[in-house]
Design a protein around this ligand. Sequence first.
Ligand SMILES: Nc1ncnc2c1ncn2[C@@H]1O[C@H](COP(=O)(O)OP(=O)(O)OP(=O)(O)O)[C@@H](O)[C@H]1O
Ligand SMILES: [Mg+2]
Length: 267
Amino acid sequence: MAATPLLELRGIDKSFGPVQVLHDVGMSVYPGEVTALVGDNGAGKSTLVKCISGIYTIDAGTVLFDGRTVTVNSPRDAADLGIEVVYQDLALCDNLDIVQNMFLGREQKRGIVLDEPTMEQMAAETLASLSVRTVKSLRQLVASLSGGQRQTVAIAKAVLWNSKVVILDEPTAALGVAQTAQVLELVRRLADNGLGVALISHNMNEVFAVSDRIAALYLGRMAAEVKTSDVTHAQVVELITGGRSGNLGLPPEGPTDFADFMPGGQL
Ligand SMILES: Nc1ncnc2c1ncn2[C@@H]1O[C@H](COP(=O)(O)OP(=O)(O)OP(=O)(O)O)[C@@H](O)[C@H]1O
Ligand SMILES: [Mg+2]
């Protein structure tokens, strides 16, 4: 692939106090593609996303956006670049309607009053551009939406701001079969519209259904970045659970660990 990644991470380290959670992590997200970020519970996926989005400050490493080195020190910096994140815990307000949620914190004003017609129109256009048809009224409270519809609103909110990279942290974790299919279709559409999409998922079927590339984190290290068409489910599961699969992934452990399995070895 000759394309420049929209987002490229190199050598990212992140510790919380004495605990190093990310070690020398590299990852690329390409325009027009879905990159699945996989890894076991606690592998560091959400932490990596929060580093990209400026919620956490990285200890070391480089972030390149469209080939340029950038500094992301706050969610505002990330948003200014066109990086939007849909978090695991959705951060929508139940007591507000769809339009209010989509513009929360970035309300459009005309003079000193809110410009409701413009916001409503922008929300409608964004949902239409994503071919979202299941939402009945834009003035419906988010509390009254299904899980899938909430995800749809959260994703629409993320693309409302001319975003170039959208990162989704387990958008289908709490959804039923039909709603999952809807959200995955939407994820695919974002990439087909030219965005770079990173999708965190634990579901192999979904990863294989929707992704172009797979990045596998293992204990805070990037075990492998592969094209989805080059690997099998079983290989990806091995990368997730052991950090390697055949000649893919992290190098084998040194001989000192091998001694653990020898008669008389420690442990
Ligand atoms: N704010 C924090 N302070 C201390 N440790 C943290 C913090 N956030 C995450 N960790 C630790 O970092 C590791 C990675 O956590 P993270 O949430 O990134 O995992 P994850 O890959 O997203 O897992 P999951 O699939 O369960 O969502 C875990 O061991 C976690 O306990
Ligand atoms: Mg997580």
